[in-house]
Design a protein around this ligand. Structure first.
Ligand SMILES: [Zn+2]
Ligand SMILES: [Zn+2]
Length: 342
């Protein structure tokens, strides 16, 4: 058992020789600086919390800024915190922080106020973006030299999705600009790693040829060489669904991925694999959107009879086993012979 040095009462717990109530008497449990500066990026609207830029409702950000600055007297632990805010002008707010505390098992309250000043600035990412900063150029081209609009849009959509996905966890990643150039499109990127990742993604998805070339652009202040990377992605002219040629045969391109492709022989409907290194020998014969439809006249076993769309003569077509034949089938004409495209 202790005795309080101030009031002389017996007390079970004591701090600095005082009973809890003498210790609490006149003591400020919670303190705040006179003012707190809250930096907001004038470009993206995100707030700086200790070097981390976050999106937050303005009123929440203002009260969080005050709560983060709270100082608690030694010996007390915060158990709850609440804030209220009063606007003085659109840039100045008085925030009162109310803290519930625990002092050696005894509950006690503290309250303090501060002025939160909202200051405009530009975050590093935005200043880079506004300054057209880039570390890598992604050059999207086609193997034939002429990049089709649809192919370009598909590749760009994939690029934008990839950047958005990666930027969710790293806000320094962004697209600086996109530029249409003869034969394709250039995408300027904020980081080399981003360029590398997208190049791999596009290369795998389209089975495209890729190439990277570094370019020395200067030196950093501490004398390190500084490079920019150019990533060339040469998209093939074909895509899944097109009719292609390979080693003298005619095929439907049924699949593409990072390791190569799958093709279905139009003569016997057998599927085979093509290694990625052999994909350069695959050539476009007819685009899927250019394939014609032929009306089915009759069916008999592994053959069907259709009307040739070019001259309306009736021709026999081989069809894959077990395939349901509808009213029309897609066909391609090779050396004046009609083939069904499964
Ligand atoms: Zn006392
Ligand atoms: Zn910003």
């Amino acid at each position: 058992m202790n005795f309080c040095v101030k009031c002389g009462e017996e007390c079970e717990e004591s701090i600095d020789g005082l009973c809890i109530s003498c210790w609490l008497d006149g003591r400020r449990l919670v303190d705040l600086p006179h003012h707190v500066d809250l930096h907001v990026c004038a470009n993206c609207g995100e707030y700086d919390f200790g070097g981390r830029w976050v999106r937050r409702d303005p009123m929440v950000a203002i009260q969080d800024a005050a709560a983060d600055a709270v100082m608690i007297v030694k010996g007390a632990d915060v158990t709850s915190i609440s804030t209220s805010v009063e606007e003085q002008d659109p840039r100045t707010f008085v925030v009162t922080v109310h803290a519930g505390c625990d002092v050696m098992g005894y509950p006690a309250d503290g309250e303090a106020s501060t002025i939160v000043r909202v200051k405009n600035t530009v975050c590093r990412r935005c200043s880079r973006q506004l300054g057209s900063y880039y570390e890598a150029i992604l050059q999207i081209r086609s193997a034939s030299g002429k990049l089709e609009d649809a192919m370009r849009e598909e590749a760009l959509a994939m690029t934008e999705n990839s950047v958005a996905r990666q930027a969710a966890t790293n806000r320094q990643l962004f697209i600086t600009k996109m530029e249409l150039v003869p034969g394709g499109v250039d995408v300027y990127l904020s980081s080399i790693s981003l360029g590398k990742a997208i190049t791999k993604e596009l290369g795998d998805a389209f089975c495209a040829e890729t190439k990277e070339s570094p370019k020395l652009v200067g030196q950093t202040t501490d004398g390190q060489d500084m490079y920019r990377l150019t990533y060339l992605v040469r998209l093939p002219d074909f895509k899944v669904g097109d009719v292609v040629t390979f080693q003298g045969g005619y095929y439907l391109l049924s699949r593409l991925n990072g390791t190569g492709g799958k093709i279905v022989n139009l003569a016997d409907f057998r599927e085979r694999s093509v290694r990625r290194s052999d994909m350069t020998s695959v050539k476009l014969y007819e685009r899927s959107e250019d394939l014609r439809e032929a009306t089915v006249v009759s069916t008999s076993g592994s053959e069907i009879q259709v009307l040739d769309p070019s001259n309306y003569s009736t021709v026999d077509l081989r069809v894959p086993e077990g395939v349901e034949i509808g009213d029309s089938v897609r066909v391609v004409s090779i050396d004046d012979v009609l083939y069904m495209v499964p």
